[in-house]
Design a binder for this molecule. Structure first.
Ligand code: ZN
Length: 439
């Protein structure tokens, strides 16, 4: 397939910007219907998996297509993809590249993503060159950086397993890629010498940089958060220190799911992804699991793919004018929902955001935390405090807050043990997940 030229890229970027603000719901739904039909027809002809699935039926509606889990996608990868790519070969290629700390496209064409799955199983994603360029256009047009920021010199933190930084310029934007593992001193040095005015990275890294903010010798004009859940308290803390609104980008290996609008809300990218929500058993709020269908990807079709990410949607429209739905809250992975025993002897679910809030709101003295549910009746809370003096009271507050939510569920919290250990990061993704269920 020919490479996208610069005019096509600019055209796509412009189109994506306009769609976001100017479309109404009717236009959006019509577009989704049309694209979905195209994708289904393409898959029927080019994917062995879907050809088998759709054989015998003329017209396929979305609801007729079975939901695909992460493990089903992996088990059937060779049949699902439309370019005769072999899972084993792609995994071996990517693992070898990561070990060497280099990145090049497979066969000069395919970008491969390999994430650690929930129970150690890896999730493989593949994009053709054209698809990655479209993705970049989307990222470019919806990165949320205010128009008022003219010069764009960006610190871009990624898990690269490579301690050296990489510098690139594109569309007048200057990007410095760094690995999560670079020391904070080195990051600050780069920010200063390269005059970086936009910082982007997971909130846990932004927090580390914020602790050395006084060493940055020029103003920071935008801060972008991704890859980990951004809690309300972390957002407020970062906004106070950097004196800018935090822009949130919600993306996974499976796609660029949501981006921040000019009013600061996080909108689903509904012109690129058709997003369905599945009810989960949330007795307190209105949490939903996400199912995504990518309306453009054909190398590895993503159809009714279960994300395992729990979110809550806002019921009202955003004042920015976009008809794309707004995410009110991201809880995190569904595997990390705490399971509590209720008074009927059944399981009640306590969603991660309530656990985070219970800890965050207990004290201003909390520097770091992580809650790990180890058994149905046992929770470990790692709590690093600025000042140890009030530890007993803070721990008591946390238990009270957690009990407040457990009582709402008519459930028992079980034993809560505290330690002053630092939070653990996921060994592969290096992500800091603050609420984890581990049994
Ligand atoms: Zn908006």
């Amino acid at each position: 397939m020919p490479k996208m030229n610069i005019i096509q890229k600019l055209f796509n970027i412009r189109k994506l910007q306009q769609q976001f603000y100017k479309w109404n719901r009717e236009k959006l739904e019509l577009h989704q219907k049309k694209q979905l039909k195209k994708i289904i027809n393409f898959c029927r002809k080019n994917s062995e998996y879907y050809a088998n699935l759709f054989s015998g039926s003329d017209e396929i509606t979305l609801e007729q297509i079975p939901i695909m889990t992460k493990s089903e996608m992996m088990d059937n990868f060779d049949l699902i993809n439309t370019r005769n790519l072999q899972k084993e070969e792609l995994v071996a290629y990517t693992v070898a590249q990561e070990k060497k700390g280099i990145y090049s496209r497979f066969q000069g064409e395919y970008s491969i993503g390999l994430s650690s799955g929930t129970s150690g199983n890896k999730a493989l994603t593949v994009l053709s060159q054209n698809e990655s360029e479209l993705y970049n256009c989307l990222l470019f047009s919806r990165n949320g950086i205010p128009k008022s920021v003219k010069k764009r010199r960006i610190l871009f933190a990624l898990r690269r397993n490579n301690p050296t930084f990489k510098e690139i310029s594109n569309f007048g934007i200057h990007l410095i890629y760094i690995d999560y593992t670079l020391s904070v001193e080195e990051i600050i040095r780069l920010i200063n010498t390269k005059k970086l005015n936009i910082l982007s990275g997971p909130p846990s890294l932004l927090e580390i940089i914020s602790s050395k903010k006084d060493q940055i010798d020029h103003p920071i004009e935008a801060v972008i958060s991704y890859a980990e859940v951004l809690s309300k308290s972390t957002r407020e803390k970062l906004e106070e220190i950097f004196e800018v609104s935090i822009i949130e980008i919600y993306q996974g290996a499976e796609g660029f799911i949501a981006s921040t609008c000019r009013c600061g809300s996080l909108h689903l990218n509904e012109d690129v992804l058709l997003i369905e929500t599945l009810a989960v058993d949330d007795k307190i709020g209105k949490a939903k699991n996400l199912l995504i269908t990518d309306l453009y990807r054909t190398t590895q079709p993503i159809i009714r793919y279960e994300m395992n990410d729990i979110i809550e949607l806002q019921e009202t429209n955003c004042k920015c004018g976009s008809c794309f739905r707004v995410i009110e809250k991201i809880h995190g992975r569904s595997d990390d929902i705490f399971h509590l025993k209720n008074r009927k002897g059944e399981i009640s679910y306590l969603f991660p955001d309530y656990v985070r809030r219970s800890i965050n709101q207990a004290s201003q003295e909390i520097e770091e935390y992580q809650a790990i549910q180890k058994a149905i009746d046992r929770i470990e809370i790692r709590l690093v405090l600025r000042n140890e003096e009030n530890r007993e009271d803070i721990e008591k507050n946390i238990i009270e807050n957690l009990n407040f939510w457990a009582n709402k569920l008519n459930a028992e919290l079980g034993e809560v043990e505290f330690s002053n250990d630092k939070p653990e990061r996921n060994p592969r993704s290096k992500k800091l997940i603050r609420v984890i269920r581990r049994f």
